[in-house]
Design a protein around this ligand. Structure first.
Ligand code: SF4
Ligand code: SF4
Length: 86
């Protein structure tokens, strides 16, 4: 059964520093492949000064729950929730 990982960002503590965005291995691979990150290929981006998870079931690649961004965030503002698809 496939698993979906949802990122929860604490908007009270997130500073929009972008560390999660640049540390994410999926974002890194997408950046290498396409030379840019957009809401179409990134799994997390900073929008309006706050980290924002991006998920779409239309895409082949979504957050895989690796936890790198959680470890990287200096504000400890990210949590991962694992949701089983039904
Ligand atoms: S690393 Fe943490 S503080 Fe920085 S943008 Fe990401 S969630 Fe916000
Ligand atoms: S959990 Fe891993 S794949 Fe998901 S946004 Fe964070 S660093 Fe990227």
């Amino acid at each position: 059964m496939p698993q979906i990982y949802q990122l929860k960002i604490n908007h009270n503590t997130c500073t929009g520093c972008n560390a999660c965005v640049v540390s994410c291995p999926i974002n890194f691979n997408q950046l290498r492949k396409h030379s840019y990150l957009t809401k179409e290929n990134a799994v997390i981006l900073v929008k309006n000064g706050l980290a924002t998870p991006i998920y779409s079931e239309e895409r082949e690649i979504n957050c895989d729950g690796c936890g790198v961004c959680v470890q990287t965030c200096p504000q400890v503002a990210i949590k991962i929730i694992c949701v089983e698809e039904v």
